[in-house]
Unconditional design. Structure first.
Length: 179
């Protein structure tokens, strides 16, 4: 037992440390196209990205909230997304990236007469491209992403996934803090 513990401690001590950078980017953007009814909708959110400066693969968590997403006489409506993304990113301080991921796509719609109240929690996907420029501790991030819901085409208690009919694009930009 002591030999195994000693080998484990030696292996962990000899391993090269991971030099991942953490980028926090609060952002503001616009949702457009798809189900936005040809109207741009404002988006508030942020992205937390984990990527080493010398690595081309990273991970990001993207959050966005879009109030008043749907048109019409609706008193309360919004779209909220929380996505986990795999990020393919160039090396350096100014980096281009592409990302793809899945997560929660939540829609809420309530009409003015309180006749109906829809609160959907669905699986969604997103894919996009962007720029991350962080020359020092602070920088800038901008990206464009496509969002689409995923559905179960046959409610037969089997894991079937198909592209849904709800979709839109989102462009966002914000300041970045590097940790």
């Amino acid at each position: 037992m002591r030999l195994r513990t000693g080998l484990l401690v030696a292996a962990l001590g000899a391993a090269a440390p991971l030099q991942a950078q953490v980028y926090l980017a609060p952002n503001v953007g616009l949702a457009f196209g798809g189900d936005t009814n040809d109207d741009s909708k404002i988006s508030y959110g942020g992205t937390l990205t984990f990527a080493g400066e010398s690595h081309v693969l990273g991970f990001a968590v993207d959050f966005a909230y879009m109030p008043d997403f749907f048109a019409g006489d609706l008193t309360d409506n919004n779209v909220t997304t929380l996505m986990g993304n795999l990020v393919l990113i160039t090396r350096g301080r100014t980096r281009l990236y592409t990302s793809v991921g899945v997560g929660l796509l939540k829609t809420r719609v309530r009409d003015a007469g309180q006749f109906f109240d829809i609160n959907n929690h669905e699986l969604g996907l997103n894919a996009g491209v962007g720029l991350l420029a962080v020359p020092g501790r602070f920088g800038f991030q901008a990206d464009v992403r496509y969002f689409r819901n995923l559905t179960d085409p046959e409610p037969d208690h089997e894991f079937d996934v198909d592209l849904g009919s709800f979709d839109y694009w989102r462009g966002s930009a914000g300041l970045v803090i590097r940790f």
